[in-house]
Ligand binder design. Structure first.
Ligand code: ATP
Length: 233
C-alpha cells in the first residue's frame, strides 16, 4: 500500500493562538486511524487543519506526495478528502435524496450503494433534512461524504449524542467501510474503545501534542495506559 497522507511537524492554530504543536503522522491508502484524547486537546483542530481551516505556523502536509497546503478547502475536497464535521450541516429545504445527489461525483459510491449500507436513508429518501432524527442525520452526513467518493473519510465524533442502537448500526457500517472499501478513515471519538475496535492505528493528543502513537490493538490491551491517556470509563 502506498502513502496517502503525510503530516510533518505541523504547528497550527487560530489567529496567533497555537493549539497544535509539532504534529507528525502518516496514513497509507486504505489505512485507518483513531484520533483520541480528552475534550479540548485539539482533535477537531487537527481534522480542520487537514481541510485547510486553521492557520498553519509550521510544518508540511503531503497528499500522495504532493503539497496539500497549496490547495484551499474546496480543492482538498475535490482531491479526495471527505470531511464529516461534528456539526452535521443538514439543509432543512432539501430532501434526503437531494442531499446525496447534489454532491455526487463519479466513482464506486452511488445512490444505490449508499442506500444498501444505510437502508434507513432509503426509507426516508423524501424527508426533509430537518425531519430526521439525530442518528439519521449522522447517517446522512456520512452518506453524503461517501457520494463524493473520497480517498480519505474524516469522521469527527460520529457517535456523539446518538442512542446505543444507532451507535451499533454506525459502528457496523464504519467497520465495513474500513474493511472493504479501500478508502482510508480517520475517526475522532470520545468512546476510545469503540474507535480502537474499528481501526488499525491510534494516536492520542494531549494539549495539542501527540503523546501516544501505536497500533490500536496494543493500546486497547493496555487498560492502564488507555485510562491514563484518555480516562476511559
Ligand atoms: N475556531 C476557534 N477559534 C479559536 N480557538 C479555537 C477554535 N476552535 C477550537 N479552539 C480552541 O482550540 C483548542 C482545541 O479545541 P478542539 O475543538 O480542536 O479540541 P477537541 O479535542 O476536538 O475537543 P472536543 O472533544 O471537545 O471536540 C481548544 O482550546 C479550543 O478552545
Amino acid at each position: 500500500m502506498s502513502e496517502l497522507l503525510r503530516v510533518e511537524h505541523v504547528t497550527a492554530g487560530y489567529g496567533d493562538s497555537v493549539v497544535l504543536e509539532d504534529i507528525s503522522f502518516s496514513l497509507q491508502e486504505g489505512g485507518s486511524l483513531a484520533l483520541l484524547g480528552r475534550n479540548g486537546v485539539g482533535k477537531t483542530s487537527l481534522i480542520v487543519s487537514l481541510m485547510g481551516l486553521t492557520r498553519l505556523h509550521r510544518g508540511s502536509i503531503h497528499w500522495r506526495g504532493k503539497d496539500l497546503l497549496r490547495l484551499d478547502t474546496h480543492e482538498r475536497a475535490h482531491a479526495g478528502l471527505g470531511w464529516v464535521p461534528q456539526e452535521r450541516y443538514m439543509f432543512p429545504s432539501l430532501t434526503v435524496e437531494e442531499h446525496l445527489t447534489v454532491v455526487a461525483r463519479p466513482g464506486e459510491w452511488t445512490l444505490k450503494k449508499v442506500y444498501e449500507i444505510f437502508p434507513r436513508l432509503e426509507e426516508r429518501r423524501s424527508n426533509m433534512g430537518n425531519q430526521l432524527s439525530g442518528g439519521e442525520q449522522q447517517m446522512l452526513a456520512i452518506a453524503r461524504a461517501l457520494m463524493v467518493n473520497p480517498s480519505l473519510l474524516l469522521l469527527d465524533e460520529p457517535m456523539e449524542g446518538l442512542a446505543p442502537i444507532i451507535v451499533q448500526e454506525l459502528v457496523r457500517v464504519i467497520r465495513k467501510l474500513i474493511a472493504t472499501s479501500g478508502m482510508a478513515v480517520i475517526v475522532v471519538e470520545q468512546h476510545a474503545r469503540l474507535a480502537l475496535s474499528m481501526t488499525e492505528r491510534a494516536i492520542v493528543l494531549d494539549r495539542g501534542r501527540i503523546v501516544h502513537d501505536s497500533d490500536s490493538a496494543s493500546l486497547m490491551n493496555d487498560a492502564e495506559g488507555l485510562n491514563r491517556l484518555v480516562a476511559v470509563a
